[in-house]
Design a protein around this ligand. Structure first.
Ligand code: ZN
Length: 433
């Protein structure tokens, strides 16, 4: 094994964590070598090589041979260490960082063009365009943060709420780490938990997570129902409604950016006529340029759950509440209302079009008692577009009399039977392990 000469070793300032390394220990340890690894249990090259020998059965001659020549505190530099790692132990993989974010198409296209461009002048021009694009997106994020700051300073004026749904592959119940990669576990009829992270700094300093299972409808109905729940929380916590509700959501048509949520917002305004609530506004960041606090929260959630077993939804949440520095509140979204089915044709996508384009939309009461809608292309656009009538004054009464039904929970055909049988098998299996 080519460890190189001693001259390659130099005192190392990098804080390499011995325990981190050992986490990736492969099975097939050599028990005869155990004592040696324990003998050298300080942070020296001798240790690490001892541990490697112990863990992987790789013959490392360095430890015994060179110990006499160099004092223990002298270890390999990071560069050399990584080179050795790459050459000798390529099968030891580091866990990839959590949260695969969706990329921005324009960024990826420009980077691709820059990478394949041989003309220096053109490349500089493209880099300039990419730089401007970054600056523009950063300005959107600053504008968004400004609204949240305003909400913390004046919660009676504006209640800013941000929400997003986590990648559900990470929150499937149960999880048994030892069995995670088996076909039995992967193919089992388990509970897919959708986790929606909510931040509303004017209401609570900790994050709030909503969970919802596959027995409930997702999409616009789910989001509209959550909107009602959040407003109820706001009224309960603050004792009054804000005059403006601002919602930052994922920039997708599937959930918030659609006419179902727009209808739900108009319905809420109509139901709450005469209260302080005067406008409901939606703001979106560009896909691939969000990297917001909710993304950070999801990374903490992934980290908290990594390598842990849980057998129920309650157990999964209790891990989050125990492990996370900022333990989340938890609500299971039980009441989902059928806004989609109750949507009047006048407020459906047949009449209301173009909702996917603007990144800032607000609906509010007009002076004549109608509900108006207005949009801006960007959060930073200086002026709102022309106000259009979303609900005419004569239709308001009808809107207030609409009561969307509760969506009854319903599992997919045969799911409960299959799931119960699978859980039974899992129980038997765990008894055998
Ligand atoms: Zn971009």
């Amino acid at each position: 094994m080519a460890w190189g000469s001693m001259e390659d070793f130099e005192p190392c300032d990098d804080d390499f964590d011995f325990d981190d390394f050992v986490l990736f220990r492969q099975p097939g340890v050599n028990p005869n070598k155990k004592r040696k690894a324990e003998v050298h249990r300080d942070r020296s090259m001798v240790d690490v090589s001892g541990a490697i020998e112990y863990s992987f059965g790789v013959s490392v001659r360095l430890a015994q041979g060179r110990q006499k020549q160099k004092p223990d505190e002298q270890v390999a530099g990071l560069k050399y260490f990584l080179k050795v790692w790459r050459t000798e132990l390529p099968w030891i993989k580091r866990r990839p960082t959590a949260g695969p974010f969706t990329h921005c198409g324009l960024c990826d296209y420009l980077k691709w063009q820059i990478g394949s461009c041989s003309d220096k002048g053109l490349r500089q021009k493209l880099q300039g365009i990419l730089g401007e694009h970054f600056q523009f997106q950063a300005a959107q994020r600053v504008a968004m943060s400004q609204i949240f700051r305003e909400s913390e300073e004046h919660p009676e004026d504006v209640l800013a709420v941000a929400w997003d749904k986590m990648d559900q592959a990470k929150t499937i119940v149960p999880r048994v780490v030892r069995l995670a990669n088996t076909q039995f576990m992967k193919g089992g009829s388990r509970l897919v938990v959708s986790l929606i992270g909510v931040l509303a700094p004017a209401l609570f300093k900790q994050p709030l997570v909503y969970t919802i299972l596959e027995d409930q409808t997702h999409g616009g109905d789910m989001i509209a129902s959550m909107m009602i729940d959040i407003l109820q929380e706001a009224a309960a916590i603050r004792g009054e409604l804000p005059s403006r509700l601002f919602i930052q959501a994922d920039n997708t048509v599937k959930e918030t950016k659609n006419t179902i949520c727009l209808f739900a917002a108009a319905w809420l305004l109509a139901q709450l006529k005469g209260t302080r609530l005067q406008s409901i506004e939606f703001g979106y960041l560009v896909v691939g340029h969000t990297h917001d606090l909710i993304d950070a929260m999801f990374a903490y959630i992934s980290k908290a759950l990594a390598g842990r077993d849980f057998y129920s939804l309650e157990e999964m949440i209790s891990i989050l509440q125990r492990v996370m520095k900022s333990p989340p509140f938890w609500k299971h979204l039980r009441d989902v209302y059928a806004f989609k089915d109750a949507q009047p044709e006048k407020l459906s996508s047949k009449r209301v079009t173009g909702v996917t384009q603007p990144n800032n939309v607000r609906i509010f009461w007009g002076k004549d008692g109608s509900i108006l809608v207005q949009s801006k292309q960007w959060l930073t656009s200086p002026d709102w577009g022309e106000a259009m009538v979303l609900v005419e004054q004569c239709d308001i009464q009808q809107l207030t009399q609409l009561y969307p039904d509760i969506v009854q929970p319903d599992w997919e055909e045969g799911f409960e039977r299959r799931s119960a049988a699978w859980f039974k098998k899992l129980g038997d299996l765990l008894l055998c392990l």
